[in-house]
Design a protein around this ligand. Structure first.
Ligand code: MRU
Length: 359
């Protein structure tokens, strides 16, 4: 039988007239594949978390911009670019925290500027073909980057380890392997006996519905726990290392990830458990100096008060605090695992050097 890992997280289909995704809001109960055609459908799919996870959102945005511009009637470069920026701004407004969204859209725009030499050699058919190739490159690079994060993460663990993760930074959040789960998949490929603990991740349960689902489907020894149980688990000594993903790493190494991550990091420090943030360099935002400048998405109260229950579980009218992400202070992070290696504190220096080398 086909496993969840056999499906593509995001793909261009239908003669490039649609983006195909797994509707992640229905998992694990139902694997339903949906097709997105219009700007509104793409925006909604990102906002509603039918496709989610920083890298997968970036890939969807890249495909989305190509697909929407494919039907452009613009005759000249300036007109084309005006339309492209409007569509890009619209897609970018779907979620604020994951930098991969704006990163992918900006990359698509820059590519158009480069191939047209800033408009001096504008041929719309050629530009559209280039946009298609660039969006496919973003996807292919995501797979390669995740694999390399997995290889670098693997150097931090050993056979028999217990590993904890929060939210879903798995294959469903990327195009393959995931980021935080990549070392786990590679360890499993090597025949190592690892045990993975998944925080359920309130309020939207990405840990329970997605991470536990994909790791369990892969045959990895998987244990689910509620978010408020990880301190008691760490106290037993069962957790040798923690791997989480992230939505944006600031230039000083502060890392925004799913709400609850900073609590896990704080507890990990108390129990001396190494805490690793897995981050493709596309998730590092050198233009954001510290975590204080990261825009944290606030989501609707009903996610806390009503979702998943057959009856409402909170009094009508009660105020709700529902940030979707938090920022883990860099001093709580043992290492940032990138496709280029594991960065260590001081992170401002390590990040600066990495970006200089990449240039
Ligand atoms: O709200 P979500 O489900 O998009 O949040 C996802 C996370 O917080 C992930 O850990 C992060 O995007 C990294 S995915 C490789």
């Amino acid at each position: 039988m086909k496993s969840i890992l056999d499906y593509e997280t995001v793909a261009l289909v239908d003669d490039d007239d649609a983006i195909e995704i797994i509707d992640q809001t229905l998992l694990p109960g139902r694997i339903e594949i949906i097709r997105l055609h219009t700007a509104k459908e793409i925006w909604d799919a990102i906002y509603l978390l039918q496709v989610r996870g920083a890298p997968a959102i970036g890939v969807t945005a890249g495909f989305g911009l190509y697909l929407l511009m494919k039907h452009s009637k613009a005759l000249v470069y300036d007109e084309f670019m005006k339309e492209l920026r409007e569509k890009s701004d619209y897609l970018n407004s779907s979620r604020p925290t994951a930098v991969n969204l704006s990163w992918a859209l900006k990359r698509m725009e820059e590519h158009v500027k480069n191939v047209t030499k800033d408009g001096s050699s504008f041929d719309i058919d050629e530009v559209i073909k280039e946009m298609r190739e660039e969006s496919e490159r973003i996807k292919a690079e995501d797979i390669d980057v995740c694999r390399r994060i997995g290889e670098n993460g693997l150097t931090l663990i050993k056979d028999g380890d217990g590993l904890l993760t929060h939210c879903n930074a798995g294959q469903l959040a990327t195009c393959k392997y995931g980021t935080a789960t990549a070392p786990m998949y590679l360890a499993h490929e090597k025949g190592w006996n690892i045990k993975v603990y998944c925080d359920e991740t309130r309020p939207l349960l990405q840990g329970a519905r997605l991470t536990a689902f994909e790791l369990h489907s892969a045959g990895i020894d998987t244990t689910l726990l509620c978010d408020n149980m990880s301190a008691s688990l760490m106290k037993t000594g069962a957790v040798n290392a923690i791997f989480v993903g992230c939505d944006r790493v600031a230039a000083n190494g502060d890392a925004a990830n799913k709400i609850g991550t900073s609590m896990v990091a704080t507890v990990a420090k108390r129990y001396n458990v190494p805490f690793y943030v897995c981050a493709p360099t596309s998730t590092i935002d050198i233009n954001t100096p510290t975590g204080d400048q990261i825009n944290i998405e606030q989501r609707k109260p009903e996610e806390v008060t009503e979702m998943w229950y057959s009856e409402r579980m909170a009094p009508e009218g009660v105020k709700v605090y529902n940030p979707a992400f938090d920022v883990t202070d860099n001093e709580l992070i043992t290492g940032i695992v990138t496709e280029y290696g594991v960065l260590r504190a001081p992170y401002d220096k390590a990040i600066r050097e990495l970006f200089e080398k990449k240039k």
